[in-house]
Write a protein that binds this ligand. Structure first.
Ligand SMILES: [Zn+2]
Ligand SMILES: [Zn+2]
Length: 374
């Protein structure tokens, strides 16, 4: 069987418009009046035959089901009588440029949207999730043909397969011809004498299925992952729309995220801040050492590079920022008070001056700057 899609250079789910455009372009190149290559005439015939089949919804459906309606003896019934005149009409512009001919029964399905809740660690490292999708799929009983097994669509007798009827209306200007959708076939050009009972003649049924979603590192709330052709199958078993999976990242109780960076707050005792130490903290990458330098101040930000969120579709990761809080001891014992009083005397801090910080240098403004990303 000739691959008509290949002849026209279109994909199997090409729309009627795409098929028409591809045909017009090829016909312009290969038309016997302009082309003089040795096989141009032969190719023009092939292209025209492909278009004759694919431009007709009914013939296209037969073809998609494995029957070549233009082959000798194939495609019983002759369909809607879309012949060479129609092709030339299309080629030479046709009338009014509008939608000519019947509405295809087989149409593209709608896109679907699904929300996926993930944990922060999934956004940091990426993950694979399984989701349940509830959409229309091709009816397995009629394979999208909408007809009960063993039956097939019949050309509409009212409109002769055109999907439209011409009416003569009288007006005060005289007789006017109008074109209206055929009400017997609802514009399809064919009627289905015995609709498939499984899908009620829709060509598709609702079904639940599980899908694996590859969630890349770096996604964030609002990111949409596109799964081509995993949406809803169209009427008449038409090509499926796309599925979009929208990410929602659950808040984490320790780490907050800003772009690709993570932030957390670490509280250390006053003595550790003054003397310096090495702490062990639990990160999303497991235990990590955190170096506290002697003289660390409240509000200091210690950066752990490369422990942030993986960058979306780029190599590398953001950083983890540990913001330091210093805890001043309460409820000192007498001994401890004594020690601290001695220290204050040694540092000449028993009656310190109150130093008021300038606007741009307090802990408060430093914190604000950090979160503003300066
Ligand atoms: Zn069915
Ligand atoms: Zn009709």
């Amino acid at each position: 069987m000739t691959d008509y899609y290949e002849v026209l250079g279109v994909s199997r789910d090409a729309s009627a418009d795409e098929i028409k455009r591809a045909y017009r372009k090829l016909a312009r190149e290969l038309h016997p009046d302009v082309a003089d290559g040795p096989d141009a005439a032969e190719r023009f015939k092939d292209v025209s035959r492909a278009y004759e089949v694919l431009s007709n919804a009914e013939k296209r459906q037969q073809y998609d089901m494995g029957v070549d309606p233009s082959a000798p003896g194939g495609g019983q019934g002759g369909g809607a009588g879309f012949g060479f005149e129609d092709i030339f009409e299309t080629f030479f512009g046709g009338a009014a440029g509008g939608q000519q001919g019947p509405i295809p029964r087989r149409r593209r399905g709608q896109d679907a949207l699904l929300r996926l809740d993930i944990e922060l660690s999934d956004a940091v490292f990426g993950t694979e999730e399984e989701v349940t999708v509830d959409t229309a799929v091709v009816c397995s009983v009629c394979d999208g043909s909408c007809c009960a097994p063993g039956t097939e669509p019949r050309t509409c007798e009212v409109c002769g397969g055109r999907g439209t009827v011409q009416r003569v209306a009288r007006s005060f200007l005289g007789q006017v011809m109008t074109t209206a959708q055929c009400s017997a076939c609802h514009g399809f050009g064919t009627v289905i004498p015995e609709p498939c009972t499984e899908c009620s003649g829709e060509g598709r049924v609702r079904s639940r299925r599980n899908l694996k979603i590859n969630v890349p590192a770096g996604v964030a709330t609002g990111t949409r992952i596109r799964m081509p052709e995993q949406g809803e199958v169209g009427p008449g078993g038409g090509p499926a729309g796309d599925l979009y999976v929208e990410i929602y990242e659950r808040p984490h109780n320790i780490f907050t995220r800003q772009g690709d960076d993570l932030h957390c707050t670490i509280t250390i005792p006053m003595t550790a801040a003054a003397l310096g130490t090495v702490l062990e903290i639990e990160t999303l990458d497991g235990k990590q050492e955190l170096d506290i330098a002697p003289g660390t101040q409240p509000g200091d930000d210690i950066k752990l590079t490369n422990l942030g969120v993986g960058r979306l579709q780029r190599p590398g990761r953001g950083d983890l920022h540990a913001h330091i809080e210093v805890e001043v001891p309460r409820n000192l014992t007498d001994d401890q008070s004594e020690l601290l009083r001695n220290l204050a005397e040694k540092r000449d801090e028993t009656r310190p001056d109150a130093r008021i910080a300038p606007v741009n240098n307090g802990v408060f403004s430093r914190l604000k700057e950090k979160f503003a990303g300066r």
